[in-house]
Design a protein around this ligand. Sequence first.
Ligand code: AHR
Ligand code: AHR
Ligand code: AHR
Length: 478
Amino acid sequence: SLPCDIYAAGGTPCVAAHSTTRALYASYNGSLYQVRRSSDNATRNIGVLSAGGYADAASQDSFCSGTTCLITIIYDQSGRGNNLTQAPGGGAAGGPDNLAVATAAPTMINGHKAYGVYVAAGTGYRNDHTSGIATGDQPEGMYAVFDGTHYNGGCCFDYGNAETSNNDTGNGHMEAIYFGNIKVWGYGTGNGPWVMADLENGLFSGVNAGYNANDPTVSHRYLTAIVKGGANLWSIRAGNAQSGGLSTYYSGKRPNVSGYNPMHKEGAIILGIGGDNSKGSAGTFYEGVMTSGYPTDATENAVQASIVAGGYATTSGGGSGGTLTPGSSVSLRATTSGYTDRYVRHYNDQAITSVITSSSSDLDKNDATWIVHSGLASSSCVSFESKNYPGDYLRHQNFQVYRQHNDGSSLFAADATFCPQTGKSGQGTSLASYNYPDRFLRHYNNTVYVASNGGSHDFDSSSSWTDDVSWAVGQPWV
Ligand code: AHR
Ligand code: AHR
Ligand code: AHR
């Protein structure tokens, strides 16, 4: 069954259910969202392919062909009319906020194409006149599926409960899921991003304001994030929306700062902004709900299983499943924790890693796309030709890797040939240098080398070597 069927069975029904990718009830057969095109300002509702099914992305594609579409309404599937529309100005920033570009967050879901809600800084959705959403200290639950690789340090990429006045009305007047790496109020381990709770005038990662050691950096490409709150009780949970279960990062008393117990929730709903319409934040939303009542962990675990079964997957461009078949194009993504949004690309003729996303420029996407060839020095290995510099290949020189034109020499052929094997970390693919077989394509300080595991150069450092030499071969960016 689908998430809102599971919450209902658990006695904590959805009172708001938003998704641009799929139905969240098995019986839902209505519109998921509305788009508006710039050519003539006409709008179209985008529905599901069948009851309980996936978004009719082809309908958006045909309506928006040759023009630009914005997402104007994200419909509430719960029947309560808690739709999200363009957020108005608020205490922290004027408005109305920007609307999301409808094609900016393509995804696959169970083999169907769909689009998420891509929030760039300045984008925001809100509903200040809701029905059935928790107020005061009433209990509620929330989950959302985000793109864990799209975030920033601005305030505040939120989904959940906020002020009905668009102003900061004080501690405890919000209860929303936050995702990003701003450290102003709270944070967890590593460099972020973190799932935290925006409770107004504070993003909380545990019982204390500031640092909490149990809230890890979490950046799954598809991330399930949960915040729930009841009487002197709240919790943060999260997991990989593509596999596995949820972890609980916090469950316990309200923060030990005055104003948050009891809570003073107001029951508006926000997406992509803070309670006072702070809108410096970025992120991508695929689906999310708010419930009446404090869901049990067991209910949420079943919801997570349903999300995983939903089958989120990337489209082309960084998606998994690229193969090192001569003639095909691929991307090469780092797998080292904290760097998994980086891809091998050329820049000023050097090979480096850069963060590439579906919204990167065409230039960046071309720079990060490689055509696989049978190895210039050996047909049992491969070479990588630059997509936008035909005839140029990845080659090492003094053990650093560059994009250079094939000069036809045997040295160039050898320097540009890499022999694939199972990733040294157990993940992905490692690429041994043909002429220095104990050296592997490696990123180090975001620059690409052929590096040995321990050696005289800095970039031969053993620390994180196995991860740094293990690459996810993915779909090409162009
Ligand atoms: O709690 C963090 C932020 O502080 C809220 O989202 C916003 O309303 C205020 O600026
Ligand atoms: O990268 C190591 C060696 O340095 C290459 O084989 C050669 O091109 C350069 O001298
Ligand atoms: O390339 C980024 C990181 O830089 C590598 O993971 C690490 O080896 C080095 O510190």
